[in-house]
Design a protein around this ligand. Structure first.
Ligand SMILES: *Cc1c(COP(=O)(O)O)cnc(C)c1O
Length: 389
C-alpha cells in the first residue's frame, strides 16, 4: 500500500467539470455572443424548470452575493432597517445588508442542525426589523414553517440564502419554491454546481423579478440582447435607476446549463458519500452532521464533523494531523461575531452566540465532492480513524 506521502494531496473540494461543459463554453465563445444573451436565457429557463416552474422566475447574476444585494434592494431595504441572519454563515449573507445602509442583527443557531434558531429570530425582532435571511447551512433546510410563520406574523420579508441548498427540500418542497420573497443560489467554484462565478435569484413575485432584472444591468430598461434582437432601434434604452453590473455572461451560463443537467447524478453521488461517512465515522468521538428529515433532500454541500469533548485532540491539531496525511479540510465558518468588522461595529461577543461559538471551536469540513472516488474517501476515513481512534 502507498504511504500517504506518495499520494497527491486530496483537496477539501474540487469542481466536477467534464467535456460537456468544455464543449458548451467553447461553443459560446465561438458563437460571437459572450455576454448576457441566449445561453443566459436558456440557463434561467432550465433553472426554473428544474425547480418545477409554477410561476417562478429565475434571474441569473454574476454571484450569489449580487443576487442577495438585488433581492434586498428590490424589497426596499435601506438605512435604519434591521435584517436578522445567523452568525454561522459567510460574510456575503450580511455584507449586502450594509451595502444598503441597513443593519444585520445576528442570532445564534440550533446546536443540532446549525441552522438559524427560530426562537432566537423571534427574540431579535424590533420595530426596525424588515427581513429575515435564513441560510440552509451545509445544504440542510432551515425550519421554514417556523420562519415563514414569524415573518407573516410580524410582516417581515424573507430572503433565503440558498448558496448551499441546490437541491434541498423542506417538507417535500424544493428550496426556491417556498413562500419566501426571494431565494438566491450560488454557483461559486465549490458549490453543488458551478459556473466559475455566478448565482441565481428566484422569486414568484413578478414586480420583484422585474426590479432585479433591471438593477442587475445598470438600471436599464432593456438589456443588450433585447436591443440586439428586437424591432425597436437597437441604440435606444432608458435608465430608470442607478443600477449595478451584476449580469451573468453567456460563457458562464453555457457551463451552468451543462452542470444543471448533471445535477441529478451529482445529488446521488453526494448522498452516497454522506451515507458512507455516516457509517464509517460512527465509532469515532464525533458529532456527525444531521440528516434531512425522512423523505427530504439534503444537498450535502458540506459534511461538517464536530469533535466531541472526549476526542483525543483539539480541532486545530486534528486539522494539522489530517493535512500531514494529505487530507484537505476547511472550517465553515469562523462565525461572523468573531470577525473584527462585525464584532467591533455591533459589539458582539462569543457569549452572545454560545451554540455557534461552541460548534465553531469543534468543527471541521471534510472532503465531499462529486469528483472524488471511493478510494479518496477511504483515505479520509482511514486518516480520521488514525487521528481520532
Ligand atoms: C458561497 C456563499 C455565498 C456567496 O456566494 P457567491 O456566489 O460567491 O457570491 C453566500 N452565502 C453563503 C452561505 C455561501 O456559502
Amino acid at each position: 500500500m502507498n504511504s500517504p506521502a506518495d499520494l497527491p494531496f486530496l483537496p477539501f473540494a474540487r469542481p466536477d467539470i467534464g467535456p460537456a461543459e468544455i464543449d458548451a463554453v467553447s461553443a459560446a465563445m465561438r458563437s460571437g455572443w459572450v455576454t448576457t444573451g441566449p445561453k443566459t436565457k436558456e440557463f434561467e429557463q432550465a433553472f426554473t424548470a428544474f425547480l418545477g416552474g409554477g410561476g417562478l422566475q429565475s434571474i441569473a447574476v454574476n454571484s450569489a452575493t449580487a443576487g442577495l444585494h438585488l433581492a434586498l434592494e428590490a424589497l426596499g431595504i435601506g438605512p435604519g432597517d434591521e435584517v436578522i441572519a445567523p452568525t454561522l454563515t459567510f460574510t456575503a449573507t450580511v455584507e449586502v445588508v450594509r451595502y444598503l445602509g441597513a443593519d444585520p442583527v445576528l442570532v445564534d443557531v440550533d446546536p443540532v442542525t446549525l441552522n438559524i434558531d427560530p426562537a432566537k429570530v423571534r427574540a431579535a425582532i424590533t420595530p426596525r426589523t424588515k427581513a429575515i435571511m435564513p441560510v440552509h447551512y451545509g445544504g440542510l433546510a432551515c425550519d421554514m414553517d417556523a420562519i415563514l410563520a414569524i415573518a407573516k406574523e410580524h410582516h417581515l420579508k424573507v430572503v433565503e440564502d440558498a448558496a448551499h441548498a441546490l437541491p434541498t427540500t423542506w417538507r417535500g418542497t424544493l428550496v426556491g419554491q417556498l413562500q419566501s420573497d426571494v431565494t438566491v443560489f450560488s454557483f461559486y467554484a465549490n458549490k453543488t454546481i458551478t459556473t466559475g462565478e455566478g448565482g441565481m435569484a428566484v422569486t414568484h413575485d413578478p414586480a420583484l423579478a422585474q426590479r432585479m432584472r433591471t438593477m442587475r444591468l445598470h438600471g436599464m430598461s432593456r438589456d443588450a440582447f433585447d436591443r440586439f434582437t428586437s424591432k425597436t432601434p437597437a441604440w435606444y434604452y432608458e435608465v430608470i435607476a442607478p443600477g449595478f453590473k451584476y449580469n451573468m455572461t453567456d460563457v458562464a451560463a453555457a457551463m451552468g446549463v451543462e452542470q444543471l443537467a448533471r445535477l441529478p447524478q451529482f445529488v446521488q453521488r453526494r448522498q452516497a458519500l454522506a451515507n458512507r461517512y455516516h457509517e464509517q465515522l460512527a465509532p469515532l468521538p464525533l458529532n456527525l452532521p444531521a440528516n434531512a428529515p425522512q423523505g427530504d433532500i439534503h444537498a450535502w454541500h458540506l459534511y461538517v464533523i464536530r469533535l466531541r469533548a472526549d476526542a483525543p485532540l483539539g480541532r486545530d491539531e486534528a486539522i494539522q494531523a489530517l493535512s500531514d496525511r494529505g487530507i484537505g479540510t476547511s472550517v465553515h465558518y469562523v462565525p461572523l461575531h468573531r470577525h473584527p468588522y462585525w464584532r467591533d461595529r455591533y459589539q458582539l461577543t462569543p457569549e452572545m452566540f454560545p451554540q455557534a461559538d461552541a460548534a465553531y471551536q469543534a468543527m471541521i469540513s471534510i472532503p465531499l465532492f462529486t469528483a472524488m472516488g471511493d478510494s479518496d474517501q477511504d483515505r479520509v476515513i482511514a486518516a480520521l480513524h488514525e487521528v481520532l481512534g
